[in-house]
Design a binder for this molecule. Structure first.
Ligand code: SAH
Ligand code: SF4
Length: 368
């Protein structure tokens, strides 16, 4: 363990059982600990009173429950909150909470920056620094629950949904993300419904296939274009995994989830991907499939050359999809006054490996 304490946040139940087995403890200890950590939000081993004093002392020596450190918090006038979290010397990530009448959605980050360099995304424009650990990813949810005052006794949950739509490409950090997905839906963990945990990906096909077997939570796919010629330019990973291959993986994934729908995200950019022809082309791709479309008005950030499509064009686009039999919604922009809207999360990335799109980097990312 190199003298470093094991952060228990982010260990899935089997991983925590393994850790305890290493200390000569029985698996039921994992249940006890998880109840304290996730139900009670407790970080202090001394207060975990049904755990023997000897084990508590050992845990204090070898383990910790340590969430990310908050740098700043901002509150939008629509109630959206955004936190900047420290993840190491001069690096930071962002986390957003979006309250709505019938749900509370926490949007978390999986990497510091992102290597995939989508042309319309502030995170992508920063380049990639590193993967977050499982503890740093799960720690966001644990911290948010505390900050939002969700207690073990409350009957109403403050956080009902968790989406991996913050900074980073979660499937490029597969090894650390999967234990967190398991923890999110574990009844002794964050206890969320599988349907209320959504992983959003720009299309790392091999890991989409794996995910279907490992932990098939709800899937959102960032499509943004109905043909390869355009998608190659907007979402460069498309050059490696083109639309046909991506959609095949989507339908395979849906099959493993009783054909539950996949959400296709489509950022609306003026004069780029928002014509009637694009809409009809998109409808043809998704017709008679377990698919719904979420249109996202483009959110600007400093230095971007794109503009959001006019509201009327978004409505027309939506209507064409609806007429084509595709369930379609338009995402309401939230938290824009505090730069907390989709694609605006910039955090702080230093010492970055500026995103390059050489084959090497793409290969490295997709096999991570
Ligand atoms: N890397 C993952 C998840 C993080 S991005 C992915 O790409 O799916 C979450 C969503 O925000 C994606 O659909 C992404 O395409 C979208 N997005 C990125 N930049 C945006 C912008 N400037 N305006 C609106 N949405 C944006
Ligand atoms: Fe990365 Fe997603 Fe942004 Fe593309 S849209 S650069 S995959 S975070």
């Amino acid at each position: 363990m190199n003298g470093e304490r094991q952060n228990l946040l982010g260990l899935s139940r089997p991983q925590l059982e393994d850790f305890l087995a290493g200390l000569g403890e029985k698996p039921y200890r994992a249940r006890q600990l998880m109840k304290w950590i996730y139900r009670q939000g407790e970080a202090d081993f001394d207060r975990m009173t049904d755990i023997s004093k000897t084990l508590r002392e050992r845990l204090k020596e070898l383990a910790e429950v340590k969430p990310p450190v908050i740098v700043t918090e901002r509150l939008s006038n629509d109630g959206t909150r955004k936190w900047l979290l420290q993840t190491g010397a001069s690096q930071a990530i962002e986390m957003v909470f979006i309250p709505e009448a019938d749900r509370g959605t926490l949007c978390i980050s999986s990497q510091v920056g992102c290597a995939l360099d989508c042309s319309f995304c502030a995170t992508g424009k920063q380049g990639f620094n590193r993967n977050l650990s499982s503890a740093e990813i799960a720690g966001q949810v644990w911290l948010a629950k505390r900050l939002l005052g969700e207690t073990a006794l409350a009957t109403d949950r403050v956080i009902s949904n968790v989406v991996f739509m913050g900074m980073g490409e979660p499937l490029a950090n597969y090894r650390n993300v999967v234990p967190v997905l398991q923890l999110l839906i574990d009844e002794l963990g964050f206890e969320l419904s599988r349907r209320r945990v959504t992983l959003s990906t720009s299309g790392l096909v091999p890991n989409m296939v794996k995910l279907g077997d490992d932990c098939n939570v709800a899937l959102a796919v960032s499509l943004h274009a109905p043909n390869d010629e355009l998608r190659d330019r907007l979402v460069p990973i498309n050059r490696k995994h083109p639309i046909r291959e991506l959609l095949d993986a989507c339908w395979g994934y849906a099959k493993k989830r009783n054909n539950r729908q996949i959400t296709f995200e489509y950022v609306m950019m003026d004069g780029v991907n928002d014509s009637h022809v694009h809409a009809r082309e998109l409808a043809r791709l998704l017709r008679d499939r377990p698919a719904k479309v979420n249109l996202i008005p483009f959110n600007p950030f400093p230095g971007t050359g794109y503009r959001c499509s006019p509201a009327q064009r978004i409505d027309e686009f939506r209507q064409i999809l609806l007429d084509g039999g595709i369930m379609t919604t338009t995402r309401r922009t939230r938290g824009q006054d505090i730069d907390a809207a989709c694609g605006q999360l910039a955090g702080r990335v230093t010492d970055r490996t500026t995103a390059r799109l050489g084959d090497k980097l793409i290969r490295q990312v997709s096999s991570a």
